[in-house]
Design a protein around this ligand. Structure first.
Ligand code: ITT
Length: 229
Protein backbone atom coordinates (compact mmCIF):
# COMPACT_ATOMS: atom_id res chain seq x y z
CA UNK A 1 0.00 0.00 0.00
CA UNK A 2 1.33 3.44 -0.89
CA UNK A 3 1.64 5.76 2.10
CA UNK A 4 0.82 9.43 1.78
CA UNK A 5 3.26 11.83 3.38
CA UNK A 6 3.52 15.60 3.44
CA UNK A 7 6.90 17.25 2.88
CA UNK A 8 7.20 20.05 5.40
CA UNK A 9 9.25 22.62 3.52
CA UNK A 10 8.65 25.93 1.83
CA UNK A 11 12.08 25.92 0.17
CA UNK A 12 11.68 25.08 -3.52
CA UNK A 13 15.27 23.88 -3.90
CA UNK A 14 14.87 21.45 -1.04
CA UNK A 15 11.47 20.34 -2.22
CA UNK A 16 12.82 19.43 -5.66
CA UNK A 17 15.69 17.46 -4.12
CA UNK A 18 13.52 15.70 -1.56
CA UNK A 19 11.01 14.69 -4.24
CA UNK A 20 13.77 13.41 -6.54
CA UNK A 21 15.44 11.41 -3.78
CA UNK A 22 12.12 9.96 -2.57
CA UNK A 23 10.90 9.05 -6.08
CA UNK A 24 10.39 5.29 -6.17
CA UNK A 25 10.33 4.99 -2.38
CA UNK A 26 6.72 3.78 -2.39
CA UNK A 27 5.39 7.01 -0.94
CA UNK A 28 2.84 9.43 -2.32
CA UNK A 29 4.64 12.67 -1.59
CA UNK A 30 2.60 15.84 -1.14
CA UNK A 31 3.88 19.33 -0.48
CA UNK A 32 2.81 21.47 2.46
CA UNK A 33 1.89 24.18 -0.03
CA UNK A 34 -0.78 21.78 -1.40
CA UNK A 35 -2.50 22.30 1.96
CA UNK A 36 -1.78 26.03 2.24
CA UNK A 37 0.41 25.40 5.27
CA UNK A 38 2.50 28.37 6.39
CA UNK A 39 5.89 27.58 7.97
CA UNK A 40 6.12 27.45 11.79
CA UNK A 41 8.55 29.47 13.88
CA UNK A 42 11.81 27.50 13.95
CA UNK A 43 13.04 28.20 17.46
CA UNK A 44 14.83 24.91 18.11
CA UNK A 45 18.50 24.92 19.07
CA UNK A 46 19.58 22.15 16.72
CA UNK A 47 18.88 20.88 13.22
CA UNK A 48 17.04 17.89 14.69
CA UNK A 49 14.85 20.04 16.95
CA UNK A 50 13.88 22.32 14.07
CA UNK A 51 13.17 19.39 11.74
CA UNK A 52 10.80 18.00 14.37
CA UNK A 53 9.04 21.33 14.83
CA UNK A 54 8.42 21.51 11.08
CA UNK A 55 7.34 17.87 10.76
CA UNK A 56 4.87 18.06 13.67
CA UNK A 57 3.44 21.34 12.41
CA UNK A 58 2.81 20.03 8.88
CA UNK A 59 1.50 16.71 10.15
CA UNK A 60 -0.95 18.47 12.47
CA UNK A 61 -2.35 20.64 9.69
CA UNK A 62 -2.29 18.05 6.87
CA UNK A 63 -3.42 15.22 9.19
CA UNK A 64 -1.00 12.70 7.77
CA UNK A 65 2.62 11.55 8.30
CA UNK A 66 5.21 14.24 7.58
CA UNK A 67 8.85 14.49 6.61
CA UNK A 68 10.83 17.64 7.36
CA UNK A 69 14.39 18.67 6.62
CA UNK A 70 16.40 21.15 8.63
CA UNK A 71 19.79 21.80 7.20
CA UNK A 72 22.56 24.34 6.94
CA UNK A 73 26.19 25.13 6.42
CA UNK A 74 28.82 25.05 9.18
CA UNK A 75 32.00 26.98 8.43
CA UNK A 76 34.95 26.19 10.70
CA UNK A 77 36.59 29.62 10.41
CA UNK A 78 33.29 31.16 11.57
CA UNK A 79 32.94 28.91 14.61
CA UNK A 80 30.25 26.84 12.89
CA UNK A 81 28.15 29.75 11.62
CA UNK A 82 25.79 30.17 9.87
CA UNK A 83 24.63 26.71 11.09
CA UNK A 84 20.95 26.58 11.99
CA UNK A 85 20.64 30.21 10.84
CA UNK A 86 21.80 29.46 7.27
CA UNK A 87 18.53 30.39 5.54
CA UNK A 88 18.48 33.90 6.98
CA UNK A 89 22.21 34.46 7.47
CA UNK A 90 22.20 37.86 5.72
CA UNK A 91 19.04 38.97 7.53
CA UNK A 92 15.26 38.75 7.19
CA UNK A 93 14.07 39.00 3.60
CA UNK A 94 17.51 38.25 2.16
CA UNK A 95 18.00 35.49 -0.40
CA UNK A 96 20.66 33.05 -1.50
CA UNK A 97 22.75 35.67 -3.31
CA UNK A 98 22.86 37.91 -0.21
CA UNK A 99 23.81 34.96 2.00
CA UNK A 100 26.60 33.94 -0.37
CA UNK A 101 27.91 37.51 -0.59
CA UNK A 102 27.98 37.78 3.21
CA UNK A 103 29.80 34.47 3.49
CA UNK A 104 32.49 35.61 1.06
CA UNK A 105 32.86 38.91 2.98
CA UNK A 106 33.24 37.10 6.28
CA UNK A 107 35.88 34.77 4.84
CA UNK A 108 37.84 37.60 3.23
CA UNK A 109 41.54 36.85 3.64
CA UNK A 110 41.00 33.33 5.04
CA UNK A 111 43.38 30.93 3.24
CA UNK A 112 42.22 27.69 1.61
CA UNK A 113 43.25 25.57 4.59
CA UNK A 114 40.95 27.59 6.85
CA UNK A 115 37.92 27.46 4.58
CA UNK A 116 36.74 23.98 5.59
CA UNK A 117 32.99 23.56 6.01
CA UNK A 118 30.20 21.02 5.94
CA UNK A 119 26.55 20.87 5.19
CA UNK A 120 24.44 19.22 7.86
CA UNK A 121 20.96 17.82 7.46
CA UNK A 122 18.46 16.40 9.91
CA UNK A 123 15.43 14.64 8.47
CA UNK A 124 12.48 13.97 10.76
CA UNK A 125 9.61 11.58 10.12
CA UNK A 126 6.48 11.67 12.28
CA UNK A 127 3.51 9.31 11.88
CA UNK A 128 1.27 11.98 13.40
CA UNK A 129 1.66 15.37 15.04
CA UNK A 130 2.07 14.01 18.57
CA UNK A 131 4.13 10.96 17.58
CA UNK A 132 6.09 10.17 20.79
CA UNK A 133 8.97 8.46 18.98
CA UNK A 134 9.71 10.15 15.68
CA UNK A 135 12.55 9.00 13.47
CA UNK A 136 15.41 11.45 13.07
CA UNK A 137 18.25 10.85 10.61
CA UNK A 138 21.27 13.13 10.42
CA UNK A 139 24.15 13.38 8.02
CA UNK A 140 27.01 15.70 7.06
CA UNK A 141 28.74 16.46 3.76
CA UNK A 142 32.30 17.82 3.91
CA UNK A 143 33.79 20.53 1.73
CA UNK A 144 35.33 23.98 1.71
CA UNK A 145 34.24 27.45 0.71
CA UNK A 146 35.32 28.74 -2.70
CA UNK A 147 36.63 32.25 -3.38
CA UNK A 148 33.87 33.01 -5.88
CA UNK A 149 30.61 31.32 -6.93
CA UNK A 150 30.81 28.55 -9.56
CA UNK A 151 28.02 26.60 -11.24
CA UNK A 152 24.31 27.01 -11.77
CA UNK A 153 22.77 23.87 -10.24
CA UNK A 154 21.39 23.27 -6.77
CA UNK A 155 20.39 26.17 -4.53
CA UNK A 156 21.54 28.10 -1.48
CA UNK A 157 25.28 27.97 -0.83
CA UNK A 158 25.94 25.34 -3.53
CA UNK A 159 27.93 27.69 -5.84
CA UNK A 160 30.38 28.29 -2.96
CA UNK A 161 30.58 24.74 -1.58
CA UNK A 162 33.52 22.80 -3.04
CA UNK A 163 32.87 19.12 -2.39
CA UNK A 164 35.74 17.36 -0.59
CA UNK A 165 37.60 14.92 -2.82
CA UNK A 166 35.70 16.08 -5.91
CA UNK A 167 36.87 19.64 -6.53
CA UNK A 168 33.57 20.74 -8.10
CA UNK A 169 31.16 22.98 -6.30
CA UNK A 170 27.81 21.40 -5.43
CA UNK A 171 26.29 23.72 -8.06
CA UNK A 172 28.61 22.20 -10.71
CA UNK A 173 27.61 18.61 -9.92
CA UNK A 174 24.83 16.89 -11.86
CA UNK A 175 21.68 16.95 -9.72
CA UNK A 176 21.52 13.14 -9.49
CA UNK A 177 25.08 13.02 -8.20
CA UNK A 178 24.46 15.70 -5.58
CA UNK A 179 21.33 13.88 -4.45
CA UNK A 180 23.23 10.61 -4.14
CA UNK A 181 26.08 11.89 -1.97
CA UNK A 182 24.81 15.05 -0.25
CA UNK A 183 23.91 15.53 3.42
CA UNK A 184 20.24 15.35 2.36
CA UNK A 185 20.71 12.26 0.20
CA UNK A 186 22.56 10.46 2.98
CA UNK A 187 20.01 11.38 5.66
CA UNK A 188 17.11 10.30 3.43
CA UNK A 189 18.80 6.98 2.61
CA UNK A 190 19.13 6.36 6.32
CA UNK A 191 15.45 7.22 6.78
CA UNK A 192 14.40 4.91 3.94
CA UNK A 193 16.44 2.08 5.46
CA UNK A 194 14.87 2.69 8.86
CA UNK A 195 11.34 2.73 7.45
CA UNK A 196 11.80 -0.56 5.66
CA UNK A 197 11.38 -1.88 2.13
CA UNK A 198 9.73 0.60 -0.18
CA UNK A 199 9.27 2.91 2.80
CA UNK A 200 5.76 1.52 2.84
CA UNK A 201 6.13 -0.34 6.10
CA UNK A 202 4.64 1.15 9.19
CA UNK A 203 7.18 3.48 10.76
CA UNK A 204 6.09 2.18 14.15
CA UNK A 205 6.95 -1.37 13.14
CA UNK A 206 10.27 -0.22 11.76
CA UNK A 207 11.09 1.49 15.01
CA UNK A 208 10.45 -1.52 17.16
CA UNK A 209 13.52 -3.19 15.77
CA UNK A 210 15.53 0.00 15.47
CA UNK A 211 18.56 0.83 17.49
CA UNK A 212 20.90 3.62 16.50
CA UNK A 213 22.69 2.15 13.53
CA UNK A 214 24.87 3.55 10.82
CA UNK A 215 23.36 3.82 7.38
CA UNK A 216 25.22 2.91 4.20
CA UNK A 217 26.59 6.43 4.28
CA UNK A 218 29.54 6.82 6.58
CA UNK A 219 28.40 9.99 8.31
CA UNK A 220 24.69 9.36 8.59
CA UNK A 221 22.96 8.27 11.75
CA UNK A 222 19.45 7.24 12.67
CA UNK A 223 17.90 7.47 16.06
CA UNK A 224 14.63 7.29 17.84
CA UNK A 225 13.86 10.54 19.48
CA UNK A 226 12.50 10.39 22.94
CA UNK A 227 9.42 12.21 23.97
CA UNK A 228 9.63 15.92 23.64
CA UNK A 229 9.04 18.40 20.88
P1 ITT B 1 12.14 25.19 5.20
O1 ITT B 1 12.38 25.51 6.66
O2 ITT B 1 10.79 25.63 4.74
O3 ITT B 1 12.42 23.76 4.86
P2 ITT B 1 14.47 26.84 4.81
O4 ITT B 1 15.26 27.26 3.61
O5 ITT B 1 14.08 27.94 5.77
O6 ITT B 1 13.18 26.06 4.30
P3 ITT B 1 16.25 25.67 6.75
O7 ITT B 1 15.80 26.51 7.89
O8 ITT B 1 16.51 24.22 6.99
O9 ITT B 1 15.22 25.72 5.54
O10 ITT B 1 17.57 26.34 6.16
C1 ITT B 1 18.33 25.65 5.23
C2 ITT B 1 19.29 26.59 4.56
O11 ITT B 1 20.59 25.99 4.53
C3 ITT B 1 18.90 26.80 3.11
O12 ITT B 1 18.01 27.91 2.97
C4 ITT B 1 20.24 27.02 2.46
O13 ITT B 1 20.65 28.35 2.66
C5 ITT B 1 21.17 26.10 3.26
N1 ITT B 1 21.21 24.76 2.67
C6 ITT B 1 20.77 23.60 3.19
N2 ITT B 1 20.97 22.58 2.36
C7 ITT B 1 21.54 23.09 1.27
C8 ITT B 1 21.96 22.56 0.04
O14 ITT B 1 21.80 21.26 -0.26
N3 ITT B 1 22.49 23.37 -0.85
C9 ITT B 1 22.64 24.67 -0.58
N4 ITT B 1 22.25 25.29 0.54
C10 ITT B 1 21.71 24.49 1.46
Amino acid sequence: MTRRVVLATGNRGKLAELRAILAGAGLEVLSQSDFGIEPPVEDGESFAANALIKARHASRLARMPAIADDSGLEVDALGGRPGIHSARYAGPGCGDADNNAKLLRELHGVADAGRTARYRCAIAWVDHADDPSPLVCEAAWEGRIAWAPRGTGGFGYDPLFIVAGVGLTAAEMPAEEKNRVSHRGQALSALAAALGPGCAASAGAARRGLTARPSRASRASVRRSGRGR
